[in-house]
Design a protein around this ligand. Sequence first.
Ligand code: THU
Length: 162
Amino acid sequence: MINHQININFNAYAALTELSDARHNLCLEAVKAMGNSHSPYSKFRVGAALRLQSGRIVYGSNQENVAYPSGLCAERVALFTWGANYPNDPIEAMAVTAQTDEFELLQPVASCGSCLQVLAEYEKIQRKPIEVILFCDNGTTWVMNGVESFLPFLFFENRLQS
Ligand code: THU
């Protein structure tokens, strides 16, 4: 038997003002995106903003539906918008934030597995990790370098590609 250990590194900050201007600004764009959240069922608002290499910002927010499974997370709304509209303009970073009036969010919300799988697909296409910046209202911010920081055993199979 061989025991393996995997280390995951990420940087945590106590306030958005500790971030570089580029990261801080992207976080403000994620807050803007959250304004279009359609979340009457969960009352949990999520906003995502992608910064592309050209400087363009792509927005996403969670879009819920009365047929619950038909809704989609903020991250995938933003990522699929990128795939459908700007696939030749690489994604540098994605900022994600969440808010609810129902309880206090003490730490950032991590993206769900389905959103991470989509993030992984696009990282592979552009052959470069996408920085993920997660933050919440109290200023706590985590900066992760790409999907491998979340999913070291991520599903990928090169032979499934044409
Ligand atoms: N949600 C996101 O938009 N992103 C996440 O990373 C986690 C969850 C949304 C889905 C649903 O609209 C609400 O948050 C509650 O799960």
